[in-house]
Design a protein around this ligand. Structure first.
Ligand code: AGP
Length: 588
């Protein structure tokens, strides 16, 4: 996710802008920039790569009387990570930074181009500053107001002009805070503000306005309101974790918001659209191979069920480290899809190169633009998960599955708009549920092993739930097809064998229920996750009733993530940095 800072009314705004961007580095980025009103002009400095590159450039700029400014760290969603695409985006006399996605940017861009306005970047953000200047006739406030009325999608925006000693701001869907200290400050999250400001107004959706060096002029829609201030957190570190105990916990809690970003502009009432793709890309494709590792492989397995059931395209899912040495049959009617959060996993990348060499069309589902895999693939659908700090993948997995669900709808020309939104809703963590899982976790610390079982799409979820537990609690766990337990593993059943059963009401309910009963009858300790309570289980976690299995999937996913985390916390492990693991396995 992008990061935003701004300030006015302090001695040297440049210091705050750079310090503030440093505090936002944890959000992940691929470029950064600042715009400062100095000596009656707006000076814009941008750099690709690490913040140090920007700092080095800023050191070479002479500021005479810097009055106010804005800054930005960019996580690319539209347009490659280049200096031109970096924020701030500038017009003739104004500059803007933006976090979020302008869904109707192409429509606005076409309109302005017809009006003779040129664009230089590939981004959606540039339409904001171009539209502002199109509306500007001497009154910046009115021009800003008209601009906001045209924008659709999610945004946190700061805009400055050469004609006003003001910072204009607006918030809808993406976070933005305005805070008071010696001057007035903006930031996407608390961390940059700590040490500068002492009280903050957390902007709500559709709040907007402007600040000068003394006051905050705030509107909610068209009503002028007063800011309501809260104390800022004491420490920057806890602020970066959003007050959570671990980044993994924060990332589980933010999945619902992240999935909104992943689906924004893609899941529409009229079906799925991908700006990155053209339907002709799929011409001549009669089968799909998905290649990935670890959690990304599990997401791929979910994709198989959806692509074959909905899009009627034969789909094989391969562990990349096996595929690359197996001399596979790669035919040109195959679409080769790689899934990777980091975009740097060596085995996955090598299979992608193999497919390219064999002349196959290649598509990457990836979270990091400009990564090796993105640069290698013919086409990429960015996951928009933002940086994932926890080594154990959670929100990246959620966005991978969501993207595969949208892709199967896209290829099948199926419209599951409501179900996708329902799935996003149920991904929101219910605090009482989390408390229940905290209590429950104490019972699952000392068994001789764990089985996670499920059928259909719940089998890959069982694999993923088991992986989460293994990698952060160090307790052995296996994901297994529920129907397979009787073919051997049930011999392990006794009171110390823990089984987490994913019991969907919508897919193979009776068969999975009887698998659970077979285990309970042999005294295994079973935790059932379902919308339907069953007597024959030792523990039970209830999910919402729904008629769509993917909605059940996402709700169960959160429960398995929280369970793994709470067990690991009880074991006293470092949840974010488990032993022996790396966030990206760039070696074979
Ligand atoms: C999952 O929690 C692990 N972090 C690991 O299995 C990971 O999914 C795997 O290494 C693949 O990484 P990638 O998605 O970055 O390619």
């Amino acid at each position: 996710m992008c990061g935003i800072v701004g300030c006015i009314g302090i001695e040297n705004p440049v210091d705050y802008l750079i310090d503030g961007l440093k505090e936002l580095e944890y959000r992940g980025y691929d470029s950064a920039g600042i715009a400062v009103k100095d000596n009656n002009e707006i000076k814009v400095i941008k750099a690709v790569g690490k913040l140090k590159n920007l700092e080095d450039k800023v050191k070479n700029v002479k500021f005479y009387n810097p009055e106010f400014g804005i800054g930005h760290t960019r996580w690319a969603t539209h347009g490659k990570p280049t200096e031109i695409n970096a924020h701030p985006h500038v017009g003739k006399f104004s500059a803007v930074v933006h976090n979020g996605i302008i869904e109707n940017y192409q429509e606005i861009k076409k309109f302005l181009q017809k009006e003779g306005i040129d664009f230089i970047s590939q981004t959606d953000t540039e339409v904001i500053v171009r539209l502002f200047e199109y509306f500007y006739n001497g009154d910046s406030f009115e021009a800003f107001k008209k601009t906001l009325e045209k924008l659709e999608g999610a945004y946190a925006v700061l805009l400055i002009t050469n004609s006003d000693n003001k910072i204009f701001f607006a918030k809808k869907g993406s976070p933005l805070i305005v805070a008071k200290g010696e001057g007035i400050y903006f930031a996407s999250s608390d961390a940059p503000l700590i040490g500068y400001a002492n009280r903050a107004h957390y902007l709500e959706d559709e709040e907007w306005g402007y600040v000068n060096e003394n006051e905050i002029i705030l509107f909610r829609k068209n009503e002028k309101i007063s800011p309501y201030f809260k104390e800022l957190p004491a420490s920057k570190e806890s602020a970066k974790k959003g007050g959570f105990r671990f980044y993994m916990e924060k990332e589980i809690y933010e999945q619902s918001d992240i999935l909104k970003e992943t689906t924004l502009g893609r899941n529409t009432p009229n079906g799925i659209k991908f700006d990155e793709l053209d339907r002709s890309f799929f011409d001549g494709i009669s089968n799909i191979i998905i290649s990935a590792c670890g959690t990304s492989y599990h997401a791929g397995l979910v994709g198989k069920y959806l692509l074959e059931r909905d899009a009627k395209i034969r789909t094989n899912v391969e562990v990349a480290s096996e595929l690359r040495y197996r001399a596979p049959l790669l035919t040109k009617d195959t679409l080769f899809i790689v899934i990777s959060q980091s975009g740097e996993t060596a085995d996955t990348l090598e299979t992608l190169k193999m497919a390219k060499k064999a002349g196959l069309k290649t598509l990457a589902l990836c979270n990091v633009d400009n990564s090796s895999i993105v640069r290698e693939a013919d086409k990429t659908i960015l996951l928009r998960a933002g940086i994932e700090k926890g080594v154990a993948s959670t929100k990246a997995f959620a966005t991978q599955v969501m993207t595969l669900w949208m892709l199967s709808n896209y290829l099948a020309q199926k419209n599951e708009y409501d179900a996708i939104n329902e799935a996003i809703e149920v991904t929101k963590v219910d605090i009482s549920l989390h408390e229940k899982i905290k209590r429950l976790s104490k019972r699952y610390l000392h068994g001789h092993g764990f089985f996670y079982i499920g059928r259909d799409i719940f089998f890959p979820l069982a694999l993923e739930g088991a992986l989460k537990l293994k990698e952060i609690s160090y307790i052995h766990a296996e994901g297994y097809p529920a129907g397979e337990m009787k073919h051997g593993p049930i011999a392990l059943a006794d009171e110390d064998l823990y089984v987490v059963a994913l019991l969907s009401k919508n897919i193979l309910y009776e068969k999975t229920k009887s698998n659970i009963e077979e285990l309970v009858a042999r005294d295994a300790t079973v935790l059932t996750i379902s919308s339907e309570y069953i007597e024959m289980t030792d523990d039970f976690v209830k999910i919402n009733k729904t008629n769509h299995p993917m909605v059940e999937f996402f709700e169960m996913m959160v429960i398995t993530q929280l369970l793994a985390m709470e067990v690991a916390i009880r074991m006293g492990n470092d949840v974010d940095m488990p032993r022996n693991l790396a966030k990206s396995v760039t070696v074979e």
